[in-house]
Design a protein around this ligand. Structure first.
Ligand code: C5P
Length: 318
């Protein structure tokens, strides 16, 4: 299922999909279904995977780019599952070669797997001419994972429920970020599990019997996004999963400190981590922070990106 490494020339569709950072991730109590109710404020940022689908005899997945050895190339790949889900609904075989040109950190808390699923869905929809409307595609995305609908939508949005119930948000300007990419990934279920464990250990409890099922977004944060004000956004960002990510990966504390020392306006774990995100006042400062992070030796690599970025976008059909 993993050759050739590049998409075949010929008819195909290429879709570009962004990474995300969560500027607020408020985690409510664990629900009876095992998920946590969220107030999840997503901001898409300009790091992209490109998904190319071409007709093939059978479904197969290939991947290129750094870290591709961590990407599953079998039917468990979320992009393969997206193609299969769309094909099933439209009574056809998912007979495509999906190639993922990967630039989003793998298992990093930036929704790379979700981006690939949203990209494969949009690409197969265009290749097969299924004519699925946005609501149908978003519904399939929600079945695939809590973050997948946002990857399709892009921009900025508030996610309620387990993160899949989206309300697009107005953003009044560009926000400039540096990202520190750690060695290795963190498992999202493990981070949520650690969040529950820490809450139980501290005596607050971890379920919806102890904590609100549906936390609220921060009004100050939504205002800061709408105003395009990086200092106000920096004062309002929060991530309830951060203590759990740092507990599982204590070295993240040094990365966060290095970014703060370099002048970042805010430092936080991106989603479930282990990528850390640093808000800067402008693009030049973001580059300065990224260079300092790399020089600090507390991360594997550092990137800069600006948000909001557009959601899944068809780049090429042929
Ligand atoms: O929805 P997704 O497949 O991305 O979720 C992966 C895992 O993350 C879930 O199985 C669950 O353990 C955890 N999760 C959660 N609450 C959410 C989203 C994810 O507990 N709102």
């Amino acid at each position: 299922m993993n050759t050739p490494a590049r998409p075949a020339p010929g008819p195909g569709v290429t879709v570009r999909v962004p990474a995300k950072v969560n500027v607020q991730l408020a985690v409510g109590g664990r629900r009876p279904d095992g998920f946590h109710g969220l107030a999840n404020v997503f901001l898409a940022v300009g790091l992209y995977d490109e998904i190319t689908v071409t007709p093939a005899d059978a479904l197969r997945v290939t991947c290129s780019g750094p870290d591709t050895h961590h990407v599953p190339l079998d039917a468990t790949n979320l992009a393969a599952r997206a193609a299969t889900a769309l094909a099933r609904r439209h009574g056809r075989e998912p007979d495509v070669h999906i190639h993922i040109a990967k630039d989003i950190p793998v298992a990093g808390g930036m929704a790379g797997g979700s981006a690939d699923a949203a990209g494969a869905l949009a690409a197969c929809d265009a290749l097969w001419g299924t004519g699925a409307d946005r609501a149908e595609l978003l519904g399939i995305c929600a079945e695939l994972g809590s973050d997948v609908p946002f990857s399709l939508l892009g921009g900025a949005a508030l996610g309620r429920g387990r993160g899949e119930l989206l309300t697009p948000l107005d953003v009044g300007g560009a926000f400039h970020w540096a990202f520190a990419v750690a060695d290795g990934g963190l498992s999202t279920p493990a981070v949520y599990g650690e969040c529950d464990r820490l809450r139980e250990a501290s005596g607050t409890g971890a379920t919806t019997a102890d904590l609100p099922a549906d936390p609220d977004p921060s009004p100050a944060l939504l205002d800061a996004l709408r105003d395009g004000d990086p200092a106000a956004l920096a004062a309002a960002v929060s991530n309830d999963l951060q203590p759990a990510a740092v507990s599982l990966r204590p070295s993240l504390a040094a990365t966060l400190a290095a970014g703060t020392a370099a002048g970042a306006l805010a430092a936080l774990v991106s989603g479930s981590g282990p990528t850390t995100a640093f808000l800067a006042k402008d693009a030049t400062e973001a580059r300065t922070v990224a260079d300092a992070l790399l020089a600090s030796g507390t991360c594997r690599t550092a990137r800069v990106a600006t948000g909001p970025a557009p959601g899944a976008t068809v780049l090429r059909t042929g």
